[in-house]
Design a protein around this ligand. Structure first.
Ligand code: URA
Length: 234
């Protein structure tokens, strides 16, 4: 296997970045700095990147959890509240949540041990849209929807354009689907409050192309090959 593919396959970085590492002399094969970017890795080769032996690297794993309300999104809680990791006691690897859902928000949460994937999904520069179903109090005027879509001040910060669809409406409440590419603290709740319609219930239904679908609340599944590929390239 070509060396750049081998390095990328370990989950460390993309093939392009692997080429850069090789050019910069950060890659050694069997103890010698690799000079040949087209090198084919042979069985038994010991490949290191900045001194890290790729064979000893933990394999990357990716899961999707349907978080119920009432769990905090941290690995360990100072107040000893239930955390999302309490819901996945039988995952063998040490995973951590990608981004955050409020304690009272339910839905899609990715768990992984791959820090780079986590960075790509969370960083606004990568424009990964996260989609939420928000049940809000009251009714929505066209003007309010326009504000939610085009940017609204949530206390010293004006939000970036969002996709907002009105799904259902009755006298006292409205169901919205809201997609945002940023992840300011409690952003959806603050956006809805700013137009005078506080959130009653909030559920995240997708993270980019990773969709919650019919995954039961409180359960988790492995991401599919296509979903992992999407994360590596987003
Ligand atoms: N926006 C919120 O307000 N809460 C969440 O948990 C996620 C997005």
């Amino acid at each position: 296997m070509r060396i750049n593919k081998y390095i990328a396959g370990s989950g460390l970085c993309s093939r392009r970045k692997a080429d850069e590492l090789i050019l910069n002399g950060n890659v050694k094969v069997n103890g010698a700095v690799l000079k040949e970017p087209g090198y084919d890795v042979q069985e038994g080769d010991k490949v290191t990147v900045n001194g890290v032996d790729l064979a000893e690297q933990e394999e990357s794993v990716y899961y999707l959890l349907n978080k119920p309300v009432g769990y905090v999104t941290t690995a360990k809680d100072e107040q000893d509240r239930a955390t999302v990791l309490d819901l996945v006691p039988d995952i063998g690897e040490r995973v951590f949540p990608v981004g955050r859902l409020d304690m009272n928000t339910s839905g899609a949460l990715i768990l992984t041990n791959n820090g780079k994937a986590s960075y790509r999904l969370s960083h606004p520069k990568h424009q990964v849209f996260k989609t939420y179903r928000a049940l809000v109090s009251g009714v929505m005027s066209k003007e309010k929807l326009w504000k939610l879509r085009n940017g609204i001040d949530i206390g010293g910060y004006v939000t970036k354009p969002a996709r907002v669809t009105l799904l259902k409406e009755n006298k006292n409440s409205t169901l919205l689907e809201i997609s945002i590419s940023e992840g300011k603290n409690r952003q959806v709740r603050k956006m809805c409050k700013a137009v005078g319609n506080p959130v009653q219930e909030l559920q995240r239904i997708s993270i980019g192309e990773v969709r919650l679908g019919r995954l039961k609340e409180g359960t988790y599944r492995k991401l599919t090959k296509d979903e992992i590929e999407y994360i590596k390239n987003c």
